[in-house]
Design a protein around this ligand. Structure first.
Ligand SMILES: [Zn+2]
Length: 186
């Protein structure tokens, strides 16, 4: 082995860092932090529905429509968006759900707004054992828009979880106050 090769291998070895494993304590801390953020997000999105329901309905709000339509399959990525999932879950009681003609997802459903009759295609699919996602694609809007216009990149509070992500020019992680301002249109 030449001297240079030995030095090269030595340098290479120096750059190999041991894999970081989290301690039980660190995992617990991360879970507590996630739960706290999840509760915060859930509460703020519930507040958004108080505004939607007191005026027209969720469909009249472009930012609601934007967030529920975040769909990684459109860009060939594989992630779930927590804001999308929670908004869809909270809105379900406002829709009549019937069978869809589509077969492109593991679960396809047609959702029609009980108030304004706007229609959407709901889809749920899993991409791996740890990543699955929901989407609610607007098909026909039958109400006027009274909410504020959408902004890009989209500010998200908890944001994305998955294997591959869109660029930061599409969506990014914002502070809670920034996300609150966006979704409650303050
Ligand atoms: Zn509606």
């Amino acid at each position: 082995m030449t001297k240079f090769l030995r030095i090269f291998i030595k340098l290479l070895m120096c750059n190999i860092k041991p894999k970081k494993y989290f301690t039980e304590e660190e995992i617990k801390d991360r879970n507590v932090l996630f739960e706290r953020k999840h509760t915060q997000l859930f509460d703020i999105l519930k507040s958004a529905f108080k505004i939607y329901d007191s005026k027209l309905c969720q469909c009249a709000y472009p930012r609601f429509r934007q967030l529920v339509q975040i769909d990684c399959s459109e860009s060939g990525n594989s992630f779930k968006c927590w804001e999308t999932e929670i908004l869809i879950g909270l809105s379900k009681k406002n829709f009549n759900v019937t069978q869809s003609n589509l077969k492109d997802e593991v679960t396809n459903e047609k959702w029609e707004c009980k108030k304004c009759n706007s229609t959407y295609e709901f889809g749920w699919s899993d991409f791996s054992i740890s990543v699955d996602r929901e989407k609610l694609k607007l098909i026909e809007l039958k109400t006027e828009s009274i909410g504020k216009e959408t902004i890009k990149p989209i500010p998200l509070y908890i944001g994305l979880y998955g294997h591959s992500y869109p660029p930061k020019t599409e969506m990014y992680n914002a502070e809670f106050s920034e996300f609150e301002k966006y979704i409650l249109e303050k």
